[in-house]
Design a protein around this ligand. Structure first.
Ligand SMILES: NC(=O)c1ccc[n+]([C@@H]2O[C@H](COP(=O)([O-])OP(=O)(O)OC[C@H]3O[C@@H](n4cnc5c(N)ncnc54)[C@H](OP(=O)(O)O)[C@@H]3O)[C@@H](O)[C@H]2O)c1
Length: 267
């Protein structure tokens, strides 16, 4: 690959995330999608932004056939690490968007990057706005004792609260070196109405058709309220973050976890 040639990207998974990201990447001149692997591939070709792309029923088969520069991984947590390690073994840099990668797996991936001298990015949140919101919430949390997070997602999202809400709360606690104060209610007449709570931060999960991915962090202080809010109105919001991660993985050996580092928000 030379600087003027497109980066050749293979896609693992073709669900809600990978499908929309693949379409967004295929529309760019600096990236070429060379293959898509999914369980129900059947060898058919796909049309992505006017390009015909071959499909494969296994990631290993796709890597062997296409020799891409990067594997964009968005399948299921139980398969993501095997795909990422297989990519590095094949000389391909993985960009893992699948969530739920354990600390132990991150260590294994970092070791494999060192051994192969290749780059890799694990990005549990590809939405640049959501990553900036988390950074700002960690700063704001130093100045307020009370905070609540409300996250809003489509009705068919399987888990609650969202990984982003939990991670936001963790970053806020870490930046403050301690917990927040969760004001109790003396009388609660409806179970669960105050939401969940971690480290003194209330977390509320709203699930409705029509929503995509939205999060508010509300800080309360004496005579004032500060609200931070991010709205992803479509999965297109993941494409700029995916491009950033892909370009970084190609240019820089070693493992990076989270887009915050790539955006200069974290050391
Ligand atoms: N980083 C982020 O910003 C972000 C954003 C949204 C979601 N996520 C995470 O990304 C992951 C995928 O989410 P999603 O909503 O796209 O899920 P999804 O719609 O269920 O799609 C999963 C895809 O993985 C494919 N797949 C499963 N096992 C496979 C295997 N062994 N080999 C190849 N393909 C395989 C499935 O193939 P079939 O189509 O053939 O069934 C399907 O296309 C989840 O972990 C989710 O939490 C991350």
């Amino acid at each position: 690959m030379t600087a003027s040639e497109p980066i050749r990207v293979a896609i693992a998974g073709f669900g809600r995330l990978a499908g929309d990201v693949a379409r967004g990447l295929a529309a760019r001149d600096d990236i070429a999608i060379v293959g898509v692997a999914r369980r129900q591939a059947g060898g058919a070709t796909l049309q992505l932004a006017g390009h015909e792309v071959a499909t494969y029923s296994t990631v290993a088969g796709m890597l062997a056939e296409t020799s891409p520069d990067v594997l964009f991984e968005a399948t299921l947590p139980e398969h993501a690490m095997a795909h990422a390690l297989a990519a590095l073994e094949a000389g391909v840099r993985p960009v893992v968007a699948t969530s739920g990668i354990s600390d132990g797996d991150l260590e294994r991936l970092a070791g494999a990057c060192t051994n192969t001298q290749l780059g890799a990015v694990v990005a549990p949140n590809l939405s640049i706005g959501a990553v900036v919101l988390m950074h700002l919430a960690a700063i704001a949390g130093r100045y307020f004792d009370h905070a609540e997070i409300i996250e809003f997602h489509r009705d068919r999202k399987a888990d609650a609260p969202s990984g982003t809400a939990v991670h936001t709360a963790r970053l806020m606690q870490r930046a403050r070196l301690g917990g927040f104060t969760h004001a109790p209610s003396r009388v609660v007449t409806l179970d669960g109405v105050r939401g969940g709570e971690t480290g003194g931060i209330g977390i509320h999960s709203v699930r409705l058709p029509g929503l995509v991915a939205h999060q508010e962090v509300i800080f309360g202080g004496t005579g004032q309220v500060l609200t931070l809010r991010h709205d992803a109105t479509s999965n297109d919001s993941y494409v700029p973050g995916a491009v950033l991660a892909i370009k970084h993985a190609v240019a820089t050996p070693g493992l990076v976890v989270g887009l915050g580092t790539l955006l200069g928000l974290e050391a």
